[in-house]
Ligand binder design. Sequence first.
Ligand code: CUA
Length: 336
Amino acid sequence: MTRGSIFKLLAYAVVAAAVTTAVAVFIPWLPTAATRQADRMWFSIWFAEIIAIVVFAVVAAVLVYCVVEFRAKPGDTSDGPPTHGHTLLEIVWTTIPTILVIAITVAAAIVIHDNGKAGTNPLVVKVVTQQFTYQFEYPNGKTYDILRLPKDRNVKLDLSSKDVIHSFWVPAFGEKSDAVPGIKTSIVVTPTRTGYYPVICTQLCGLGHALMRSEAIVMEQADYDAWYSSADNAAPAAAAGGDDGKSIYTTAGCGACHTFTAAGSAGKIGPSLDNLSADAAKAGQSLNDFISSSITNPDSYLAPGYAKGVMPSTYKTSISGTQLDSLVKYLAENTK
Ligand code: CUA
């Protein structure tokens, strides 16, 4: 090879590397990491990214060089000279990629290992998923529909599902896991930035899937402590035995799908619960029977314009008889 052709090859490689680096760096592909785990994941992504850019630059340079330099002259229909393999070249192009892939694997394995460590005293929050809502249960037994976390503390999120497979994902936290009925899954996050972050379900779990959203709020430890110990967050959980109708309405996730002015919910997946007397009359049932059967056997009567199978049919087992009675009473007393 002449000095000129080496220079050309290098020039092609630099251009290819510059273009791909610009695409990688100037388009915000990743959200700003908000946990220590996300920092490590972003590191492993950039580690693989840089290797990919170098490999691409080499391949693109050789490809462009060959297309330009060895192009057949117009009218030249002769065959090229015969070649018969090149042992050294073949060893090189097998060994280098093998080393690179092993390096990526080792980096990723270290990140996965470190990200699974919850330390000795993590805050454990149970994440209960259900069509189409999240509930976050804290060690004091209280349940909320928004996830609040203190900054700089290891948090173990234990995921479970009451019905179908959902998936818990906060993009800025990096970690993500399915919530599967019957098995326990968990992820560990150590928030490093205060702020509001969207919580997204990433498994197609039914008609309301796209609306299965919540919010994670990362707070300074002192703010978190103040919130956690404040009296006015005392919404007793249905799971922990709270049986007033309004808290059951909240913890069972009714508001995610239904509009009900008395509870301040504005869900749009299911019918509004603000005019249940008129709806009961349409269905030809008494108000209480209509509400009760609509909760426990939702497909027995469908409001006009709403499809079968959207409302989960799990409430007849997931809430107790007493809770059902309070919920029916609460709805009957607060609707028109
Ligand atoms: Cu839950 Cu999609």
